[in-house]
Design a protein around this ligand. Structure first.
Ligand code: GTP
Ligand code: ZN
Length: 351
């Protein structure tokens, strides 16, 4: 008992202050307090040790400020209203939260080089958060009107009728006004998209000054480019706040069932006509999805990526289940072990 309390309470005397993680870079998380003060904060060992809890951008945190200490200590992280989660690229079965507590996700892709397969994946992750989702096609000046219209149509049909699709261009400052209108005061928007699509440029246009460093794209393949790794919540004048999430390369699915459903409304509505309620659309009799593919009503590529994403989601689910079972076994084992070992010496150890 006493041990539990000790590990929870921490040794700090001062009152806890509530703040928000507004910047993450290579240093300690930067926390902003309601009075505007910003302070670099490290994590209390109690947070990191047991469950490896770490604050992400947007997290509301309780901070203690030990006397004669230049850093604060994050003692607790408030429950999140929303999380952007991907599978941790370096782990078999662990999630990685990239941002917390936001109201909207903007998925950015360059209008001249839209990658529909990647967009599908980005939409699954965005929808999975439960936030409002918007697609912004960037670099509008690099595509002519006809090409832009064709791409917009393709993207709209992919994203579904509920998702707005906007086109912006650095060459046309008015084009970002539609984005600004989405950022309602008091709300936070997360901006995702592969490196170089123009996310930082969009944020700078919204703010009106160079708040974020813009990467210079190397001629040709665009490889070997310097990418910023910091994430920062930026206030947009007269609107809400936006977080540019640079350097998000891999977007492995984590929890994805609801996201897939939302990102594939065309498949989902066809699926309602399948003979079996649990149809997997892989050749079952009376499958409306397969029938639509055969009739050319549902593009085969679209069907294939739907199936691939479903497989990936199921695979992650299996691995999590495995890990959970393993941990349960471990926990049961150590509980048993503790009981046996602690028996005779229990009284003696208590102080
Ligand atoms: N022609 C044109 N170029 C643009 C536009 N927006 C951005 N760019 C260029 O695209 C390159 C990449 O822009 P960034 O804003 O750094 O892209 P990013 O998505 O923030 O990239 P990361 O920070 O690496 O994630 C820069 O050279 C920009 O000048 C646009 O509307 N038109
Ligand atoms: Zn079916």
């Amino acid at each position: 008992m006493a041990e539990d309390l000790r590990s929870e309470g921490g040794a700090e005397e001062g009152a806890l202050r509530t703040g928000e993680v507004v910047k993450l870079d290579r240093g300690y998380p930067l926390v902003r307090f309601p009075d505007g003060e910003r302070l670099r904060c490290e994590h209390a060992t109690a947070l990191v040790k047991g469950h490896d809890q770490r604050a992400v951008i947007g997290d509301v945190v309780a901070v203690s400020v030990p006397a004669a200490h230049d850093k604060g200590v994050i003692e607790a992280i408030a429950p999140r209203t929303r999380e952007f989660v991907r599978k941790d690229p370096t782990e078999r079965a662990l999630p990685q939260v990239l941002a917390a507590n936001f109201e909207r996700v903007i998925v950015a892709q360059p209008v001249g080089e839209v990658n529909l397969r990647r967009l599908e994946r980005e939409l699954v992750l965005a929808f999975e958060t439960g936030a409002a989702v918007t697609v912004v096609l960037t670099k509008g000046d690099l595509a002519d009107e006809a090409a832009t219209a064709a791409v917009r149509e393709a993207v709209e049909s992919l994203a579904g009728p509920a998702t707005e699709v906007l086109v912006v261009s650095e060459a046309d400052p008015a084009s970002v006004e539609a984005v600004r209108r989405l950022l309602a005061p008091g709300t936070t928007t997360v901006l995702i998209g592969r490196s170089g699509v123009g996310k930082s440029s969009l944020v700078n246009m919204l703010v009106g000054t160079e708040v974020l460093e813009v990467g210079a794209v190397r001629e040709g393949d665009g490889k070997g480019r310097h990418t910023t790794v910091s994430r920062e919540i930026v206030a947009v004048p007269g609107a809400g706040r936006i977080v540019d999430m640079p350097g998000v390369r891999g977007l492995g699915l984590w929890d994805a069932e609801a996201g897939i459903e939302a990102a594939f409304p065309d498949v989902e509505s066809l699926a309602e006509e399948c003979r079996f309620r649990d149809c997997t659309h892989q050749g079952e009799p009376g499958c409306a999805v397969c029938a639509a593919v055969a009739a050319g009503a549902l593009p085969r590529t679209r069907y294939d990526s739907y199936q691939a994403l479903c497989r990936e989601a199921a695979d992650v689910r299996d691995r999590r289940e495995q890990a959970r079972r393993l941990n349960k076994d471990k926990a049961a084992y150590s509980k048993h072990y503790r009981k046996k070992g602690a028996g005779p010496s229990r009284g003696g150890r208590r102080r």
